[in-house]
Ligand binder design. Structure first.
Ligand SMILES: [Zn+2]
Length: 394
């Protein structure tokens, strides 16, 4: 055979193989739905350690049954973080990264039940990101089925505090990422076409506290120093730090201050969300925020906070991972697109270390953190086939 014929033949074989894999997962679609449903029906709000730990135990049993060695990294204020290692042939592991906490308080299931409605599976956390956990489980099970053993070592990390900033899990995520060849993040995909995420903005949070001087608004008006008026001027200044061309946004999201209408307010506070597309812009915005000085010299302005998630930039390593994923998807008869998003995830930490990271590999659906949260059931098989292919191929 000529080399071009060989190439055609191997593409044909690969496509046949891909279709077999798709059929394999289609046969298991009902089981995937049942597994995801089980996870959704164990509510796991970030701030309820006992609830999150209960879900962790259930997931750990399933992963141990697949041959993983399970280890809980203890966390005091949050649920324990679950690390599961699977042995495999290649030297470096791939890290599958996710979280099992949700933003929904206990009891949400009563008003937002987990239900199958046509092609939708609904429920709190079904998209963000319990379907992602289901996909990890089924991809690993399939690879064991197909190969007898995993083609490469896999480390799976499910953290319990992602929805509240990942403070207690960040160091674990970073140390496991450093040992990995690549990181696959199972946050929801983007849009109903299931795009993966190849760039995320970095996130900063700042608090701007103004202290003035209280006085009686009627009797002693001139002795007071109005902290709210000062803060209002600061807010105008802060808002002008936004630079859309750089993908840099500054949002004053919460303000508070004052005690009564007849008191000149002594204190006022603004809480500010900052997003950056490029790490090189972090220092500049930080300097501007910290450089805020009072307009009224009688006021004190104190700034705290900082950039706490670096941006996930579309580096060469990230785009190479995307190309592998797009190739797998093509074999499955599907055009996988990519998206850059403003929201952060734990993928920001791993990408920030320079480890090739691909995010948005979880479920396809809509309404994360909202009452209409759901996934599309018919998307599960090709998603699982994509994940299995990536574990083999990265
Ligand atoms: Zn999430």
């Amino acid at each position: 055979m000529t080399s071009s014929r060989k190439a055609v033949a191997s593409t044909v074989n690969a496509n046949v193989d891909a279709q077999r894999r798709l059929a394999y997962f289609r046969e298991r679609q009902e089981l995937m739905v049942a597994n995801i449903r089980e996870l959704v029906e164990i509510e796991s709000p970030s701030d309820n350690k006992a609830a999150v730990d209960q879900l962790g135990d259930v997931v750990a049993v399933k992963l141990a049954a697949l041959g993983g060695s399970v280890r809980f990294q203890q966390a005091r204020a949050f649920g324990n973080h679950l690390q599961v290692d699977f042995a495999g042939r290649a030297p470096k592991p791939v890290l599958l990264l996710g979280h099992y906490d949700t933003v929904y308080p206990l009891g949400t299931l009563a008003s937002m039940p987990c239900r199958v409605v046509n092609d939708k599976l609904t429920g709190p956390g079904v998209l963000d990101m319990k379907s992602g956990i289901g996909l990890m489980l089924h991809a690993i099970a399939a690879l064991k089925d197909w190969h007898g053993a995993l083609p490469r070592p896999v480390t799976l990390l499910l953290v319990s505090d992602e929805e509240v900033g990942s403070d207690s899990s960040r160091s674990i995520t970073e140390s496991l990422a450093k040992k990995a060849a690549a990181v696959l993040v199972f946050e929801p995909s983007y849009g109903l076409n299931g795009a993966v995420k190849t760039a995320r903005k970095g996130v900063g949070e700042y608090q701007v506290k103004v202290t003035g001087k209280a006085s009686h608004a009627g009797l002693d008006f001139q002795k007071g120093v109005n902290a709210i008026v000062e803060l209002a001027r600061q807010i105008e200044k802060i808002s002008r730090f936004t630079d859309l061309k750089k993908g840099l946004t500054v949002n004053v999201g919460i303000v508070s201050g004052g005690s009564r209408t007849n008191v000149v307010p002594a204190e006022a506070l603004a809480q500010v969300d900052v997003r950056i597309a490029r790490m090189q812009d972090a220092a500049g915005i930080d300097k501007k925020m910290r450089g805020l000085r009072p307009f009224n010299r009688k006021c004190k302005v104190e700034v705290s906070g900082g950039v706490n998630r670096p941006p996930m930039e579309r580096t060469a390593g990230v785009s190479a991972l995307y190309e592998i994923a797009a190739g797998i998807a093509r074999g499955l008869g599907w055009n996988l697109s990519e998206a850059a998003v403003g929201g952060g995830s734990d993928g920001n930490f791993t990408a920030g270390l320079g480890i090739p990271t691909l995010d948005g590999l979880g479920g396809v659906g809509d309404g994360a953190h909202a009452v209409h949260e759901h996934i599309l059931i018919s998307e599960l098989p090709r998603r699982a086939a994509l994940v299995a292919g990536l574990i083999e191929g990265v």
